[in-house]
Design a protein. Structure first.
Length: 265
């Protein structure tokens, strides 16, 4: 099986290649502009990251804390995932990497996409978790890691299916299984919060539903691509869909967080 690390020779048709380059530039600049706007417009807001600890023998002792480790600036976290996307989209079509990117797309892969998502989407999930009331640093670290693992299953899915006749769906299935964990954890936090008081703010429920649906459209796009359904039989079309989904998901979270927590009074 050919490796995706080698410099590809093939490329999409010239018209498709030009469209991909232009779209990456537009999407990258849109992410960059939004990051700058968030940093300019947003009122500073922070959420605590803390940890509880055992005092005494397990089963006999009690728990101390929570001790605050640090405070996460929400506006900086939003700007971070937007800037990561901007670097990815503008970087892959730079003169130094454009041929590599287009050649990979022609073969139905894009390693850069998954490396960027593994960090940016995991920041997004951690931010949603924190807005729902999850503050434990160990839990947030685990949610970041499990979401990154889900994303990297996408990378594996592409790698193992390069030049294959029959599609190996195992990485896709495992990725979907792993990817459900953060959403189940956040849903549990919603349930506990609702039972113990007024619950989380309404805008956080909107974020949860909208981002859950948007995140799942990435999996649907991959499924359609590997099933070869309609226009998804063209790898360049599937790549364009990924670009629109990236812009839609990150923009939706950024401005919902801004409206709910960063706009000020």
């Amino acid at each position: 099986m050919a490796s995706t690390s080698a410099t590809p020779v093939a490329a999409p048709a010239p018209d498709a290649a030009r469209r991909l380059v232009r779209l990456n530039v537009v999407v990258g600049l849109a992410h960059l502009a939004q990051a700058v706007l968030i940093l300019i417009l947003a009122e500073p807001a922070s959420l605590p990251v803390d940890v509880s600890y055992l005092v005494g023998p397990p089963g006999e002792g009690s728990y101390g804390g929570p001790a605050e480790l640090f405070a996460l600036r929400v506006d900086h976290a939003v700007a971070a995932f937007l800037l990561l996307a901007a670097v990815d989209h503008l970087g892959v079509v730079s003169p130094w990497t454009r041929r590599w990117y287009l050649g990979n797309v022609a073969r139905g892969v894009n390693p850069a996409r998954w490396w960027e998502y593994s960090v940016s989407a995991s920041i997004m999930v951690v931010l949603i978790a924190m807005l729902s009331g999850i503050t434990e640093g160990t839990a947030l670290l685990a949610l970041f890691g499990v979401n990154a693992a889900m994303i990297l299953f996408g990378l594996v899915m592409e790698r193992v299916n390069v030049d294959r006749g029959a599609v190996d769906w195992q990485p896709f299935v495992l990725g979907c299984f792993v990817g459900a964990v953060p959403w189940l954890a956040i849903a549990l936090q919603f349930a506990v919060s609702a039972d113990s008081g007024d619950g989380v703010p309404g805008f956080v429920y909107g974020i949860f539903v909208s981002l859950f649906l948007l995140f799942n459209t990435f999996a649907i796009n991959m499924w359609l691509q590997y099933r070869g359904r309609g226009r998804w039989a063209d790898p360049a079309f599937a790549e364009r869909v990924y670009l629109f989904l990236s812009l839609g998901a990150k923009s939706a979270l950024a401005w919902q967080v801004y409206g709910g927590a960063l706009a000020g009074s």
